[in-house]
Write a protein that binds this ligand. Structure first.
Ligand SMILES: [Zn+2]
Ligand SMILES: [Zn+2]
Length: 254
């Protein structure tokens, strides 16, 4: 599987880090992990095959994670590149995903559900498993961030695995969920003295990394307070595994 970081930042405007989105090319299909507002254009900027995107994962309803969904569907409705498309686009998300999109749609009769191709909204529960598309399995985990927020574990037919926490507070059971993952893509909003319990700071993230036994860890959802901090050097003081700082445009093989 190949991962491209589209947005390594947060809701705070930043010159080099746009808000949450990661493109996963699983060979047999593509999955967008969260769809922030900037993600809609970041996909094109990174040369991702957005007209043929197979599925979108919505981790929770904060706008730095889902704010691009309606604009993307407004784009696919009219773009020349999707006019001939007949393959369905699946949107997986927590319970309430369809209601959220319907409310946006009704705000001005956008007709977002009438696409050239079938649009399938699939709401998933915590601790459930489903097939994203043939060759990619997913399992979900309820995270202490919002009432609906979910982490996802993705496994391809060859056994390669990625765990994407999206936004989360600290809970040891997240380490169990990420056990032995090939890549543990974690949020690490803050360096230290986090102002809220519903995000992670570096010490939390490194504890989870150690407990999970993951082979590699990537830290994303980085607030501007990380600017000027050597994340890898700071991480190494707490854990001796491989830590990668997410940066917009970074590509990685899993
Ligand atoms: Zn959030
Ligand atoms: Zn966020």
């Amino acid at each position: 599987m190949k991962l491209t970081v589209l947005g390594s930042g947060t809701s705070v405007p930043h010159p080099r880090r746009s808000s949450s989105a990661h493109w996963l090319d699983a060979g047999v299909g593509s999955l967008l992990l969260d769809i922030s507002g900037p993600a809609v254009h970041r996909m094109a900027e990174e040369g991702c095959d957005w007209p043929n995107l197979d599925a979108v994962w919505v981790s929770h309803f904060h706008l730095d994670h889902v704010g691009g969904l309606a604009p993307f569907l407004f784009g696919t409705k009219y773009a020349p590149q999707t006019r001939e498309r007949r393959k369905p686009l699946k949107v997986f998300g927590p319970r309430g995903t369809e209601k959220l999109l319907r409310r946006f749609d009704e705000a001005d009769d956008y007709g977002l559900f009438e696409q050239p191709f079938p649009l399938e909204i699939k709401e998933v529960s915590p601790r459930s498993g489903f097939e994203v598309f043939a060759g990619l399995r997913a399992e979900t985990f309820s995270t202490p961030h919002t009432s609906e927020s979910l982490a996802v574990r993705l496994t391809d037919a060859h056994g390669a695995s990625l765990v994407y926490t999206s936004d989360t507070g600290y809970t040891e059971s997240l380490a169990d969920f990420a056990r032995g993952a090939g890549l543990f893509l974690m949020e690490c909003s803050f360096f230290r003295s986090k102002p809220v319990k519903t995000h992670l700071e570096l010490e939390d993230a490194m504890k989870l990394a150690r407990m999970s036994g993951a082979r590699r860890v990537m830290l994303a959802h980085l607030y501007p307070e990380w600017d000027g901090v050597d994340i890898q050097a700071e991480a190494r003081k707490l854990w001796d595994g491989e830590v990668i700082e997410a940066r917009d445009g970074l590509r990685l093989e899993i």
